[in-house]
Design a protein around this ligand. Structure first.
Ligand code: ZN
Length: 554
């Protein structure tokens, strides 16, 4: 009987196989999945780009950069981060993994590791070596990221034939987007080197094209004067150049144009000064265009993934603030960089053969001192004073001075061994801290880890905290500051909160498979990766919680 069954199965199966082999390569419903795929997906992340930078400077942008993406592609105008903290490491990771720190584990740029009992950096990895530098700047990998990126899924789907390359001045903005299976991630080592580097996580030595690029040292040509692109009097979309809200460079008294980088470089980190100027973005474009050729991207029907992050916008925002002339200038210049990159993609991959998305890893708040000057509630929170005060409270309440191991990223980490030793109840201690700190100025809300674990929040700030809360890695108490209150110097902007000024970022799609349009429907940062997976008809990243944005497709 068994033999008869298997004989019948064999006949049916071979019939099926015959039927299959006589079919054309497209499936029965006429869809030819491989023809629909772009040759290259390019993810562009602009570090610290607020949504309103698209609109504030719109009239000064050319036709080939941001406007080309907006006017030919799809503009999701109400796109937001859906967790806190809104920082660079978690931001880049969430864009490419379609999930939040709760699942991908990148809870901040640096965080207190409960096991190692020390602060760790999101991309550091002592088990790998630098490539292209004698410094330790290459000892990096995505090992702390727990889930896959859509680039990883594309690699698995294509049997590793589709490539993934990551590029950014900033290591974490290059490494985390490119994922675990990336062929390469490259970032910039400034100081006295001025070279693009990598790590043994990817390769044992730099490819020839990178060595050649570094040898040319075009980085030197950018150590020149930084003045405004157009006459400064036409920069009517930003505040006055001279004000009290900006940092500036060491060695120059005022944060005003022009900046002579050749003179200023010795006091500002050597080649690292370029990170705080638009020229670091130009260098990123130079390197990326070279990578198209050097890495052979988008030349066949197997989709490759290129992740590019423009980081200088973030350094400039931190230094000069959201409303500065310097910010206006870096965006007018970035517009030209985007135009240059799109033109290179047209030339090398072909118009209509690639798909681009552009977004940001977080936005930023206006300088609080500036907001106060125009009567908007804002302020500065002194974290050192906060730590001292809470330690005093713990000592007075429990007679121990070492119950708190770390206060970082608006989280308090308790020494759980010590709490056990003193026979204290962890929940009681967490609650006592909340009742104490909620009385402090500028502390608006506070939650226990227990609440984050035991309750499911579907709306409001609690949802964003929960999405950012990783049970293994996050702290025991999470506190939220008032709107526009930051723990930062009195000059420049920062980010990290759940407020709209930090969560609202651009999201533009453009190119193959994308229709022209716009929406005010709310989209979330975690929707990008599943949208790219859907475009490529591949599996979603392992921790994905986002929804593909079906309305952007042709
Ligand atoms: Zn950032």
């Amino acid at each position: 009987m068994k033999q008869i069954v298997s004989l019948i199965a064999c006949v049916i199966f071979s019939g099926f196989c015959l039927a299959q082999s006589s079919m054309p390569s497209s499936s029965t419903n006429g869809t030819n999945y491989s023809n629909e795929r772009p040759k290259l997906v390019v993810g562009i992340v602009v570090d610290q780009m607020r949504y309103d930078y698209l609109t504030r400077f719109y009239n000064k942008y050319g036709e080939g950069g941001f406007k080309r993406l907006m006017n030919e592609g799809f503009n999701c105008k109400n796109n937001h981060f859906n967790y806190i903290p809104t920082y660079t490491g978690p931001g880049h990771t969430s864009i490419y993994t379609g999930t939040t720190p709760k699942y991908h584990g990148i809870i901040a740029n640096d965080w207190f590791d409960k096991k190692l009992k020390k602060s760790v950096y999101c991309a550091e990895d002592d088990s790998v070596q630098s490539v292209g530098t004698s410094s330790s700047a290459g000892q990096m990998s995505p090992q702390r990221m727990k889930t896959t990126t859509f680039g990883d899924e594309n690699r698995l789907f294509t049997q590793m034939r589709g490539k993934t390359i990551g590029i950014s001045i900033k290591d974490r903005a290059s490494i985390l987007p490119a994922g675990h299976t990336a062929n390469a991630a490259y970032w910039f080592q400034g100081k006295n080197e001025g070279n693009w580097i990598s790590s043994t996580f990817y390769m044992t030595q730099l490819p020839k094209w990178v060595i050649d690029f570094n040898k040319k040292h075009i980085v030197d040509s950018y150590l020149k004067e930084w003045n405004t692109l157009y006459d400064i009097s036409t920069y009517t979309e930003s505040g006055s150049d001279l004000n009290t809200f900006e940092g500036g460079f060491k060695g120059k008294e005022t944060a005003t144009f022009p900046y002579d980088l050749q003179t200023l470089k010795s006091q500002n980190g050597g080649y690292d000064i370029l990170k705080s100027t638009p020229y670091g973005n130009s260098l990123t474009t130079d390197f990326t265009i070279e990578a198209l050729q050097g890495e052979d991207l988008g030349t066949d029907d197997i989709t490759d993934v290129l992740t590019v992050s423009y980081s200088c916008t973030d350094y400039i925002g931190h230094n000069f603030g959201v409303n500065s002339k310097e910010i206006e200038d870096v965006y007018l210049r970035l517009d030209l960089e985007i135009e240059r990159l799109l033109k290179a993609l047209d030339d090398k991959v072909g118009k209509g053969e690639y798909t681009v998305f552009l977004t940001a890893d977080h936005a930023a708040v206006n300088v609080p001192a500036y907001l106060e000057s125009v009567k908007i509630p804002a302020g500065y929170f002194n974290t050192s004073v906060f730590i001292k005060r809470i330690n005093d409270f713990m000592e007075a309440s429990y007679g121990a001075s070492d119950l708190i191991e770390s206060v970082s990223n608006n989280q308090i980490f308790l020494n759980r061994e010590k709490i056990q030793k003193l026979d204290l109840d962890l929940d009681d201690v967490q609650e006592a801290i909340i009742n104490e700190i909620i009385g402090y100025d500028f502390v608006d809300k506070a939650y226990t880890a227990t609440a984050m674990i035991n309750t499911s929040f579907s709306t409001g700030i609690e949802r964003l905290i929960q999405n950012g809360f990783n049970q293994k890695r996050s702290g025991d108490v999470i506190y939220v500051l008032d709107p526009a209150v930051i723990s930062y110097g009195k000059t420049g902007s920062t980010h990290g909160s759940s407020f709209e000024y930090d969560t609202h970022v651009p999201l533009l799609f453009f190119g193959k498979g994308i229709r022209h349009g716009q929406t005010l429907q709310k989209t979330e940062i975690t929707d990008i990766a599943p949208t790219m997976s859907a475009l490529l008809n591949i599996s979603y990243p392992s921790g994905n919680i986002g929804q593909p944005l079906e309305f952007i497709f042709e």
